[in-house]
Design a protein around this ligand. Structure first.
Ligand SMILES: [Zn+2]
Length: 271
């Protein structure tokens, strides 16, 4: 069996994180990964590595958890840079001036769902509990991107809007871009109704579950949009990990009926 692209590293007194090991071995200037729910300080039902400020956690716990995450990923906490996610497709272009944006507070943070940068030592970070983390790296133009794709962002093609922004800002061409699709709710668990399915432009990404319900594969949908956009299939990493199947490892908004925390996905060029 092929090893999953997101590889777990567990160490005592540290947050348990998944790293995109193959990327990090091939591109030593890059770091990228996804946190689990383990190794933080938040109490149930946000136990314990909740990284989001908007889920009624004590802000001090969240900031402590984020500090643990940043340090374990090799950054200082003020490198963490994030946006207020709104299930849209807008992209934040991050320069040194925005470094640290959103790291300690939700105030004055732009409402967007993707971040791109070509500057080192900026840890692009977004938060997830079932939605799909999308990672982009252009080794030619040395630029990175991270997107948050729930079903709405997926349908509206946040893949394309992120790639367009990387092309416009950094001259990135899709055929040089490496992409990864991270832990999120799988077709095994993601049941939706026909209100959602009516908006899905691809026929081969869902199956009927009877009674007007369908099992939707958001990861595969994003993969197909990546290929349509010109990313080479061989340059796409896709995880098998389902957040809803693994609540020992992940927060799952669907499985835990909304009363849960958020993991963090990150990507950065090292300083
Ligand atoms: Zn599942």
């Amino acid at each position: 069996m092929m090893m999953d692209p997101f590889v777990r590293r567990e160490t005592e007194h540290k947050p348990e994180l998944l790293f995109l090991d193959r990327w990090m071995e091939r591109f030593p200037q890059l770091t990228a990964g996804f946190s689990t729910r383990n190794g933080g300080v938040s109490a149930a039902p946000l136990n314990s590595l909740n990284c989001a400020l908007h889920v009624n956690d004590d802000a001090n716990n969240v900031i402590d958890n984020r500090r643990r995450l940043a340090c374990a990923a090799g950054f200082s906490p003020d490198a963490m840079t994030c946006v207020e996610q709104v299930h849209g497709i807008e992209v934040a272009i991050v320069t040194g001036e925005q470094r640290g944006m959103g790291s300690c507070s939700r105030e004055d943070v732009p409402h967007k769902d993707a971040l791109i940068t070509a500057e080192p030592n900026i840890m692009l970070t977004a938060f997830f509990a079932d939605c799909v983390p999308l990672y982009f790296y252009d080794p030619d133009c040395r630029a990175v991107g991270l997107a948050h794709a729930g079903w709405k962002g997926t349908v509206r093609n946040i893949v394309q809007s992120t790639l367009d922004a990387m092309s416009r800002q950094y001259g990135s061409s899709p055929e040089h871009i490496h992409a990864a699709i991270g832990p999120s709710i799988g077709a095994c668990c993601y049941e939706v109704d026909d209100k959602v399915i009516d908006q899905i432009p691809l026929a081969n990404v869902y199956v009927s579950a009877g009674n007007g319900k369908y099992m939707l594969d958001l990861k595969e949908m994003n993969r197909q949009f990546m290929i349509k956009a010109g990313i080479l299939p061989m340059n796409i990493e896709i995880t098998r990990l389902c957040t809803s199947c693994n609540t020992d490892l992940f927060f799952s908004h669907r499985r835990e009926q909304g009363k849960t925390g958020r993991m963090a996905g990150w990507i950065a060029l090292k300083g």
